[in-house]
Design a protein around this ligand. Structure first.
Ligand code: EPZ
Length: 426
């Protein structure tokens, strides 16, 4: 297992390119199952989760190759309609193959994902959506066993906004007979571009970007070339890194229109931003102004930026309250940030952060992807040395993170960490 050794206190200067979006590339890869043949997806990041999804698609029978950031998928010979527990337990997004397998083959056996570091992650909305489209769903031995002689259109109203359930049901509905309407659909850019990819394949989806999607089922889809969107969470993470460490950095290859809530919060916190359609420059010195916020479905402030924002507020010039309305217990990073000197009190799904003048380096442990990111940010700002273990979490969602940070002047190196027997993993 690797660890990062960070010597903080150095401001960041220069330019970095944002990588392709993890949370868009995963459903795009699953959607390729729907159209037998050779798909090419550009701007796909080298991430652990992308390699896990590629592994799952190979088990199903696809050929997947990632050269540079161009992914070539040949889904002509897909036939094995299963997603095994060993894989799904490491990555919840594996459940994205359920809709495409049902739509193309009429059957699927997909392991239930189980929980993650911060609690259960149900898929009940995915399953209810499939049943509305005519699938028979049974739970057998920890597996979802789904069958559908034929999928038919339906009206589906999600009680809460769900990125994964919207994407999964969308991928099933495009080949269903008749019209499907999805209400309270997720509006996240990752879902919008999944829909654009499906429409490029010949699907007929209307309403992308709104919370009502209308899908006219078609008989078949054809493989296409597509360009993945930039990762808005990686971009937001690096902007918070500069805000915390200080400096002057320009992020390139991003979509600033996907970052509205994060850019607004950073401006409220007193940072100077120069925003262009595909780049953002941030200039930062001194402590942030405290900014209260609540996470919300897009276009609200993303829950995937909550941990990073708490890290920024840990050194703010006052107190702030950060509430996560999406995952009410996604706070495993708080205890670790307190080891670096942060003054945080949890009240239910709200973290009350009293900004301190200075954070101090210490050994800390990653517990999940975005918690790891928040600890790197805090380590960059802390005085002295911070050792961050279990960085395999960060490799799930950030492409070459230490190289990008080092190119900006950060003192961060990856070192081998002797195996440790430790508490339950995420
Ligand atoms: C996606 O997860 C992202 N993952 C998550 O990012 C992100 O935090 C989340 O959306 C919210 O934005 C990928 O895109 C691969 P949801 P997903 O369904 O689809 C509840 C990261 O750090 N829910 O929108 O699993 C759920 O418990 C990851 O990159 C149900 O109750 O999230 C949560 O409270 C972490 N039943 C809320 O809905 C269901 O069937 C939103 O979850 C599905 C979800």
């Amino acid at each position: 297992m690797d660890k990062f050794v960070i010597h903080g206190g150095k401001p960041l200067y220069g330019k970095i390119k944002v990588s392709g979006a993890k949370n868009a590339s995963l459903p795009l890869m699953a959607a390729a199952i729907l159209a037998p043949g050779i798909h090419r997806i550009r701007n796909v990041p080298h991430l652990r989760d992308v390699h896990t999804m590629a592994h799952l698609l190979r088990i199903i029978g696809a050929r997947v190759d990632l050269a540079g950031n161009l992914m070539t998928l040949d889904t002509s010979d897909c036939s094995f309609c299963e997603a095994p527990y060993e894989l799904v337990k490491t990555m919840r997004a594996s459940v994205y193959v359920l809709g495409p397998l049902l739509a193309r083959f009429g059957r699927a056996r997909v392991s239930l994902p189980g929980g993650c570091a911060w609690g259960p992650r149900p898929v009940d909305l995915h399953l209810k959506g499939m049943e509305r489209l005519g699938a028979k769903i049974e739970l057998q031995g920890g597996y979802i066993v789904a069958e559908a002689r034929e999928l038919h259109g339906a009206r589906i109203v999600f009680p809460i906004s769900s990125v994964g359930a919207t994407g999964n049901v969308l991928m099933a509905a495009v080949l269903a007979r008749g019209t499907t309407v999805i209400e309270n659909a997720a509006r996240e850019p990752e879902i919008v571009y999944l829909g654009e990819y499906l429409n490029a394949m010949g699907a007929r989806i209307q309403g992308l970007g709104t919370d009502v999607l209308q899908i006219e089922g078609v008989d078949y889809l054809h493989p296409v070339e597509f360009v993945n969107i930039p990762d808005r969470i990686e971009a937001g993470t690096f902007l918070c890194a500069v805000a915390l460490a200080g400096g002057d950095v320009t992020l390139e290859n991003l979509r600033s229109d996907h970052l509205g809530a994060v850019l607004d919060a950073l401006e409220l916190a007193g940072f100077t931003l120069e925003v262009q359609p595909e780049s953002v420059r941030i200039q930062a010195e001194g402590r942030a102004r405290p900014v209260d916020l609540r996470t919300a479905p897009y276009p609200g402030f993303p829950t995937d930026m909550q941990a990073q924002w708490i890290a920024l507020m840990a050194r703010a010039n006052g107190s702030s309250a950060i509430t996560d309305t999406i995952y009410t217990d996604r706070f495993t990073h708080v205890a670790e940030l307190m080891r670096l000197g942060a003054d945080i009190r949890l009240e239910g799904n709200t973290a009350v952060v009293r900004g301190v003048k200075e954070l101090k380096g210490a050994p800390v442990m990653s517990t999940d992807l975005r918690a790891s990111a928040s600890l790197i940010l805090a380590g960059l700002a802390a005085e002295g040395r911070t050792d961050l273990t279990r960085v395999y979490h960060i490799d799930r969602g950030y492409e070459r993170v230490e190289e990008k940070l080092r190119s900006l002047g950060a003192d961060i190196v990856r070192e081998d960490e002797p195996m440790q027997f430790d508490a339950k993993d995420e």
